[in-house]
Ligand binder design. Sequence first.
Ligand SMILES: [Zn+2]
Length: 250
Amino acid sequence: MNVAYRTEPAPGRRNEDFVIAGPSWVVVLDGATARPDVESGCRHDVPWLVERLGTALALHLATRAGEPLTGVVSAAIRDTMLAHGDGCDLGNPDSPSSTVAVLRKRADTVEYLVLCDSPIALRGVDGTVTVVHDDRLDHLPGGRPYSVELVRSTRNRPGGFWVASTCPDAAGEALTGTVPASSVNGVLMVTDGVSRLVDRYGWSWERLVATAAADGPDRLVEQVRKAEIEYGPRGGGKPHDDATAAWIHW
Ligand SMILES: [Zn+2]
């Protein structure tokens, strides 16, 4: 398995994305940016959360090869909760959170897990691209714009959206699947800082995957920054975001 990745913070900011890979697995995380006016009950910042969660995931993936991915993610969330220590209020609904995307290749199968909006695109040997995208955050009751209260009250609740934070059971709500390794020959994992090429700037997923395959993940991040400058923050939101892409092939 060949893995290449690029992660880059939004200009002038600390990176709240995180990527880590092993011999047969890759993890991509995107920490939710904290709102300055909200008391999270936690003395840690978002980079701390994604570093802790990412390395916990790596530990479990490296040492528990037989564990289903939902079990791996649930255990890593639990480890991260313990790492907060007694000084943090883990009952606070604004405690730092992150998306999780995991890919694991075995001899005959490829497994994936997507929790919140860091999508995975599978390139079939026939050239078709299948996107696994957990877009529940885009469909909260009542529609956008979301109030702080709406997001808080629907986070890790049935009918709302699920994310890695202080609820290990969120892992069981992730989108998961297994496909024969012989049916897929490439996988692209991205944070929404890269999938905005599709969401905002008119790219197809096929073009995203073809660019990663031909020119590597560097090119995707370059193209995101170029589009952000050329077209501005189409559809609102941040003008720049942390951008991470991992291209895996065999
Ligand atoms: Zn904390």
